[in-house]
Design a protein around this ligand. Structure first.
Ligand code: FES
Ligand SMILES: [Fe+2]
Length: 421
């Protein structure tokens, strides 16, 4: 069971490591610790799949941009003058200087700090001093990166040929997101946390609630039924399951009344663009992420007309998850920085007219996930320490860690496909 490879160096070592993964068990240590696997993850996972980059709400005006770092890649995501979202490699076409250093901002044009080549926000080179008469500016536009907004969530793909199933997945997701009006929403808050753990530990931790007794704030919103189906709910949780059933029926009626889609999807490890959609009621007052379950913003999202509308959750491979509630949305992106360091970006969206101090209190709006992120960061750091210990050996998943298994299965199969090309 123990993987002996501690520092896989060549392609054969990596193939052996990937092929040696034991289903139902956590990954071997090098997956979490080695620079070579980290580089492979950037090449084979992050550069070959659609990754969540930003919310459109972060780019409300032409010229607004965010930069997204993935390994050695840096990508500029910018709204152009036609209000389309575009993405470019953050690399000057002259001699390669990085163009933008800031994580976000607003520009009229993109001006290289080195020799001042000047690009429009559509990527075209507009100006370059001291060129010969034969110089053709049109040959030196910024290199585009595939970009696509799905209901206001901006995904990018660095591959020349992105996974072809993304259009289908986007078409399945968009009707669920549409009622929340994310495209027009307002960013209420954004927090970056650098977790001291491998990016996969961050994702695996997100994909289970086996540890959720460590999240008292989050648990006050959720029914404590994670991983159980109707058949295997233990006797002590039967009353909770009954309460859940009543709330689920009410949520379904609310969806039907408003003509919103109901049937979710669980295709986490069966396609290149793995995803999961589910719409579940919340416990307590049932309205929002709040220690008492009450609303945290008095303006409802998009076209919603009820404040008791549960949690529409979307989980995407490889790097994101999202919760849409009646009164706000919270978005998470995971970006690898090093084998043992990962950026977790959390973004809270509210109705565009919601005013801080009037319609919401920022501390209350963000309290549950600020606390949950801190708690999760501690768990990830503890696990990173453990997987770096020579005593670590992959251990078995429980019956309530099916989505962790799905994430790891997806990851390993995508790496295997990459290595076979
Ligand atoms: S490297 Fe950008 S203008 Fe020279
Ligand atoms: Fe957690």
């Amino acid at each position: 069971m123990t993987m002996q490879l501690e520092r896989p160096a060549g392609r054969d070592d990596l193939v052996g490591l990937v092929n040696g993964r034991v289903p139902g068990y956590s990954l071997a240590a090098p997956f979490y610790t080695s620079q070579e696997v980290f580089d492979l993850d950037v090449r084979g996972i992050f550069a070959e799949h659609w990754i969540f980059a930003a919310a459109e709400a972060e780019l409300p005006e032409p010229g607004d941009f965010v930069t997204v770092g993935v390994g050695r890649y840096s990508v500029v995501v910018v709204r152009d003058d036609d209000e389309e979202v575009r993405a470019f490699h953050n690399v000057c076409r002259h001699r390669g200087s990085r163009l933008l250093d800031e994580p976000r901002g607003s520009v009229g044009n993109l001006v290289c700090p080195y020799h001042h080549w000047t690009y429009g926000v559509d990527g075209r080179l507009m100006h370059a001093d001291n060129q010969p008469a034969t110089f053709d500016r049109s040959c030196f536009s910024l290199k585009p990166v595939h970009v696509r907004s799905v209901g206001g969530l901006v995904f990018l793909c660095l591959a020349d040929k992105p996974p072809a199933d993304f259009d289908e997945v986007a078409a399945r997701i968009e009707p669920f997101l549409a009622p929340y009006g994310l495209r027009q929403a307002k960013v209420a808050h954004q927090v970056d946390i650098v977790e001291t753990g491998n990016w996969k530990l961050v994702m695996e931790n997100n994909r289970e609630c086996y540890h959720c007794d460590g999240h008292p704030e989050l648990l006050s919103a959720y029914f404590p039924l994670f991983g159980y189906s109707a058949e295997d709910v233990p006797p002590r949780l039967k009353p909770v399951y009954q309460r859940y059933g009543t709330a689920a029926a009410a949520l379904q009626s609310a969806c039907v009344r408003q003509g919103f889609p109901i049937e979710g999807a669980r295709e986490l490890d069966t396609r290149a663009t793995g995803f999961q959609l589910s719409h579940a009621p919340l416990d307590g007052a049932g309205k929002s992420f709040n220690t008492n379950g009450e609303s945290v913003c008095s303006r409802l999202m998009g076209s919603l007309t009820t404040d008791r509308f549960g949690d529409l959750s979307l989980h995407m491979q490889p790097n994101s998850w999202f919760h849409m509630l009646a009164d706000h949305a919270v978005l998470f992106s995971v970006l690898p920085l090093a084998p043992d360091r990962t950026l977790l970006r959390t973004t809270w969206l509210v109705h565009p007219d919601a005013m801080e101090g009037v319609d919401y209190d920022l501390a209350t709006l963000t309290a549950v996930w600020q606390a949950t992120n801190q708690q999760d960061g501690t768990l990830v750091a503890r696990t990173q320490k453990g997987v770096e210990d020579p005593g670590y050996q992959p251990g078995p998943y429980s019956t309530v860690e099916g989505d962790v298994e799905a994430f790891v299965t997806w990851y390993v199969s995508r790496l295997a496909a990459h290595l076979s090309r």
